[in-house]
Ligand binder design. Sequence first.
Ligand SMILES: Cc1cc2nc3c(=O)[nH]c(=O)nc-3n(C[C@H](O)[C@H](O)[C@H](O)COP(=O)(O)OP(=O)(O)OC[C@H]3O[C@@H](n4cnc5c(N)ncnc54)[C@H](O)[C@@H]3O)c2cc1C
Length: 389
Amino acid sequence: MIEKDVIIIGGGAAGLFCAIEAGRRGRRALVLEHAGQVGKKIAISGGGRCNFTNVNASAANFISANPHFAKSALARYTPADFVALVERHGIAYHEKKLGQLFCDGSARQIINLLLAECNDARVEIRCGCRVRRVERGDKFRVETEQGSFASASLVVATGGLSIPQLGATDFGYQLARQFNLRIEPTRPALVPLTLPAATQARLSELSGVSLDALASCGGAAFRENILVTHRGLSGPAILQVSSYWQQGEPVNLNLLPDTDALTLILERQDSESELANVLGRHMPRRFAQAWCKLYAPPKSLRQLTEREIAALAAKLQCWQITPAGTEGYKKAEVTAGGVATSELSSRTMEATRVPGLYFIGEVVDVTGQLGGYNFQWAWASGYAAGQFA
Ligand SMILES: Cc1cc2nc3c(=O)[nH]c(=O)nc-3n(C[C@H](O)[C@H](O)[C@H](O)COP(=O)(O)OP(=O)(O)OC[C@H]3O[C@@H](n4cnc5c(N)ncnc54)[C@H](O)[C@@H]3O)c2cc1C
């Protein structure tokens, strides 16, 4: 039996960050990772460039049954703190848009940063180490394929269910259940939406064209590109609203977010041109044509009745589509839901009813919007637990 002060299950963003902080305090920290290497999700994140934080991150960018829970950790480890660390490691970065910071080079640089910090903090990392069982006596006893380990603190950083091919497991949730901790139902988030077959067939001509739109659903609205694909709806605005979408609800798309559609049509009401030509000046021409083929009567603007004009304007401003579902965990960037925040201290991430047991990162019911927020939560929650574990 090998004794440590802190055992961290999961060598992803949150687990490694927590280990660094615990190690810095002089705690003997051990990371157990079942995959062959740590940080696999970091490696593929942000299209290989890792959108490692967002300068605007605040609790408003996260979904959780308790919207206040993330505030404490986010305030104690901020995007500026992580940026300072990135700069200390000489990693060049840039803001792509909307406060999203990416490496100029490769996501691998962030993994190397974490490994270098782990090394400095004397963190031990064991890869290819599957945890079989956890028991709690006066300490936590962790049975693995590489032997038994014991520690006073156990940190669960096993992430969510997204992308099982990268090593995602439900082990963190199982462990929560073992200790009778409540779990908010999990669901794929930041995920493309699928359409009923009939809708998909109708929209096939719109497929492949992206469009700047305002997508809204479940009280949230995002202005970014949407994309109709041969499987359904995607693009950043759709991924964003997918996290707020509930089965059976429509998604509303404003195709002219900067323009009053009714005024636009009425200004050209005397024209012989068709709506598609007018819309083609405000959105990709192919999209305008395919959309009008679906919804506009085949006549000139002059021939449209007032009723038709009003209906078309309303549809352009609020095109309602009811998805059939999502593309699931295989395509989801994150998992919404998870270990209930009501079970955890927002200051330490420790389970209030199980002293010494901590949950951090995506396994917790705190889910970031698209744009570097999920990593900021991994750093901030890892930092918080790392000060106490
Ligand atoms: C394609 C993609 C791109 C993304 N891009 C971004 C981005 O650019 N910016 C951003 O902010 N977020 C991004 N995300 C989300 C982000 O990667 C996650 O939110 C973040 O990695 C969560 O960190 P974590 O440490 O909680 O979990 P993870 O990083 O998933 O780490 C969990 C670790 O635990 C290990 N593990 C699981 N089960 C066990 C077990 N039983 N025993 C031992 N180890 C176990 C896993 O192998 C994994 O290494 C992206 C996600 C995906 C899928």
